[in-house]
Write a protein that binds this ligand. Structure first.
Ligand SMILES: Cc1cc2nc3c(=O)[nH]c(=O)nc-3n(C[C@H](O)[C@H](O)[C@H](O)COP(=O)(O)OP(=O)(O)OC[C@H]3O[C@@H](n4cnc5c(N)ncnc54)[C@H](O)[C@@H]3O)c2cc1C
Length: 345
């Protein structure tokens, strides 16, 4: 991360350098705005870097807005898959399977999933569906997003904000993409951590497709996403657990579950462990903040003044699907910035 503020006073400060902040920053910068990303943790050390990651809604709402944001993102990922070495995005086949009878979710059917044949089911599995999906090697993808952003004139700065008031002094528009950090920064008690741990292995090409166990009420997640000759194996859903410390016992359990279902992974070299905190919220918060009534609060839409406080746009609470909706959410933020009519925007 470059600790530069070469762009001078930016039009927009984006708080957060995860997939939500960086994608938002790319879209705003490519629309011609002077944008700076300020983030406590660099892209490679965010929750986003720990994700698997594939396209599909999980632990995110509301359903209708999520479907629209995800639909906007899909063709962009498909386009980025033309250069996987550079972007970290590939479109591959894979299956979701269940040990007990269940149905494919509506979003998967809408995205072209078809039932698995008997031969495609792993031992013990009774039903499944197959689809093609973008899979993202997140550390590589985030590095590519950062390059695309700086190429568009943006800058990324290491900075931890104690409050959004502090950010409001930096630009006429602040976009809050702080993920789990929103719990204390906003503050918003509705944002809670759902811890996820994954193991990264080198499999040397043995794993050709992605796999996800979709057994209803399964006590643990079991999934594998190949990225070339490495793969991300998961996972966990630990509600309310905010620890970023990897647990060796959890890693062992993940390896045991994954190799039981996917024997081709036996003997794969373990390269590392990643932990992320999904920013769970009943619904994504993507809106322009209203100036608190009866106060001279720092924030508000431009119509409340335009000369004083900054416009604050929230974009956080994406739960288990921030990657999936990232481009759709970023496009909506651009609309909100234009509507706000803040100075310089
Ligand atoms: C194991 C795992 C697997 C996942 N798999 C998928 C998947 O397959 N598909 C999918 O779509 N999603 C998946 N997700 C969910 C996805 O990773 C999240 O929804 C997404 O990363 C949220 O992105 P974000 O940018 O909001 O937050 P983050 O990536 O956490 O980034 C937040 C940024 O804000 C900064 N910040 C916070 N507070 C402050 C502050 N006070 N001052 C300055 N900066 C601050 C942080 O330092 C960081 O830079 C997965 C998550 C996990 C953990």
């Amino acid at each position: 991360m470059s600790a530069s503020d070469e762009v001078g006073r930016p039009d927009v400060v984006v708080v957060g350098a995860g997939v939500i902040g960086l994608t938002t920053a790319v879209v705003l910068a490519e629309a011609g705005l002077r944008v700076r990303v300020d983030a406590e943790r660099p892209p490679g050390a965010t929750t986003s870097a720990a994700a698997g990651a594939t396209w599909g809604p999980f632990m995110i709402g509301p359903e209708d807005r999520v479907a629209a944001w995800a639909a906007t993102s899909m063709p962009i990922f498909e386009e980025l898959a033309a250069g996987p070495d550079e972007t970290g995005v590939a479109v591959i086949e894979g299956t979701h399977q269940s040990l007990t009878p269940t149905q494919a979710p509506r979003w998967a059917v809408a995205a072209g999933a078809r039932p698995c044949t008997e031969a495609e089911l792993r031992p013990g599995y009774v039903v499944g569906w197959r689809r093609r999906s973008p899979v993202l090697d997140m550390p590589r993808y985030l590095a590519w997003l950062e390059r695309r952003f700086t190429h568009a004139g943006g800058a990324v700065r290491a900075h931890a904000y104690r409050s959004l008031d502090e950010a409001a002094r930096e630009a006429s528009v602040v976009v809050n993409c702080s993920g789990i950090g929103a719990a204390s920064l906003v503050p918003d008690p509705g944002v809670t951590p759902v811890r996820g741990q994954v193991v990264v292995v080198r499999h040397g090409g043995a794993l050709r497709e992605f796999f996800g166990d979709e057994t209803p009420d399964a006590p643990e997640l079991t999934y594998a996403f190949p990225h070339g000759d490495t793969a991300v194996l998961g996972g966990t859903v630990q509600r309310g657990d905010g620890s970023l410390e990897p647990s060796p016992a959890v890693s062992e359990a993940i390896l045991r579950r994954c190799t039981a279902v996917l024997p081709e992974l036996r003997g794969a070299e373990v390269l590392g462990t990643r932990v992320g905190l999904r920013p769970a919220r009943e619904q994504v918060r993507l809106e322009t903040a209203e100036r608190p009534a009866g106060t001279d609060g720092t924030y508000g839409p431009a119509r409340t003044g335009g000369t004083g406080g900054a416009v604050l746009i929230h974009n956080y609470g994406h739960g288990g699907a921030g990657v999936t909706v990232s481009w759709g959410c970023a496009a909506e933020v651009l609309d909100l910035v234009k509507q706000a009519g803040a100075p310089g925007c």
